[in-house]
Design a protein around this ligand. Structure first.
Ligand SMILES: [Fe+2]
Ligand SMILES: [Fe+2]
Length: 265
C-alpha cells in the first residue's frame, strides 16, 4: 500500500469517530484540499505526494477537538505524532509537512513554497467548493492570484473589444459625466495586448476630453489589459484589488489615480 493511501486509511478511521455532519464536511474538505494541493504542487515543481499528505492532516486537530483555536500550530504537533506513529516519512519530509500545517492559517503572509501550496489549496477549496458563497475578503487577493496562475478567469466579453470600441464606450461615458467645478485631471491609459493602444482622459475647464494620444503633462498613467480595463469600467473589478494583484500598474500621482478610478465606475 502506498504511503498516501496508508495515511488516508488512518485519517478515515479518525474521522469515522465524528458525528455524521461533521464527518462529511471534514471528508469533503480534507480530500478536496488534498486534490488541490496535489495539482498546485505539481504545477510549481513541489512534491505532490507530500503536499497531499499535509492537506490530509492540516485540519485534523480542529476536527478532533471541535475547536479552531490555534488549530494550525496545534495541528502541526498532532501531525508530527501521527507521522511518527505511522513511520511513513523521513525526518525531512515530516518537517516539510508539519511546517506547511503550522503556517496554513497565515494567509496574509508568504512562507516557504510548500507552505504556500497548502495555504493556496485551502483557499481554493474554501472559494470553489460552494460557488454560491461570496469569496471572503481575507482570501480574495490570494484567490485572484490563483485564478490568474491557473487561467481560471476565462475570456471576458470585454477582452475581445477593439480599441476603437473602447474609445467609443469611454466617450459615451464621459459625455454623461458631470465634471462641473472639478479640478484639472489628466490620465493616460496604456491598454496592453493585441487590441491595445494609448489614450488620455482630461478634465479641464469643466469639460472632459478623451483622445487617442499620449499626454506628457499627465497626473498619472494606468497600464492594464483590455479585459481588466473593461471590468474596471463596468464595476466588476475593484481598482484597489486590481492594483494589489498587479493587474493594474499605476505611475505618477496615486491620489489622482484613485480619483480617476472612482470616476470610471
Ligand atoms: Fe485550517
Ligand atoms: Fe482547511
Amino acid at each position: 500500500m502506498g504511503r498516501l493511501k496508508e495515511l488516508r486509511k488512518y485519517v478515515d478511521k479518525q474521522l469515522n469517530k465524528l458525528d455524521d455532519d461533521k464527518r462529511n464536511s471534514a471528508i469533503v474538505h480534507l480530500y478536496g484540499v488534498s486534490l488541490a494541493a496535489t495539482m498546485i504542487a505539481k504545477k510549481r515543481g513541489q512534491d505532490p505526494e507530500l503536499a497531499s499528505m499535509a492537506a490530509m492532516l492540516h485540519d485534523m486537530h480542529a476536527y478532533k477537538t471541535g475547536s479552531y483555536d490555534d488549530h494550525a500550530h496545534k495541528g502541526a504537533e498532532l501531525a508530527r505524532k501521527i507521522l511518527d506513529e505511522l513511520s511513513i516519512t523521513d525526518k525531512k519530509e515530516t518537517d516539510i509537512i508539519c511546517s506547511a500545517i503550522y503556517h496554513h492559517d497565515d494567509k496574509l503572509t508568504i512562507d516557504s513554497p510548500m507552505d504556500e501550496v497548502l495555504k493556496d489549496a485551502d483557499v481554493i477549496h474554501h472559494c470553489m467548493n460552494d460557488l454560491s458563497k461570496e469569496v471572503k475578503e481575507k482570501e480574495r487577493v490570494r484567490f485572484d492570484k490563483l485564478c490568474d496562475e491557473f487561467g481560471m478567469n476565462g475570456e471576458s466579453e470585454g477582452s475581445k473589444m477593439t480599441f476603437d470600441e473602447l474609445l467609443a464606450k469611454i466617450r459615451a461615458k464621459a459625455a454623461k459625466a458631470d465634471v462641473t467645478g472639478r479640478d484639472f485631471l489628466a490620465v493616460q491609459i496604456n491598454i496592453t495586448g493585441d487590441n491595445g493602444g494609448v489614450f488620455y482622459v482630461e478634465i479641464k475647464d469643466n469639460r472632459i476630453n478623451v483622445e487617442p494620444y499620449e499626454y506628457n503633462d499627465r497626473n498619472c498613467a494606468f497600464t492594464i489589459d483590455m479585459g481588466n480595463f473593461v471590468k474596471l469600467m463596468d464595476g466588476k473589478l475593484d481598482p484597489v484589488i486590481a492594483f494589489t494583484t498587479g493587474k493594474l500598474k499605476v505611475e505618477g500621482d496615486m491620489g489622482k489615480a484613485l480619483e480617476f478610478s472612482k470616476l470610471l465606475k
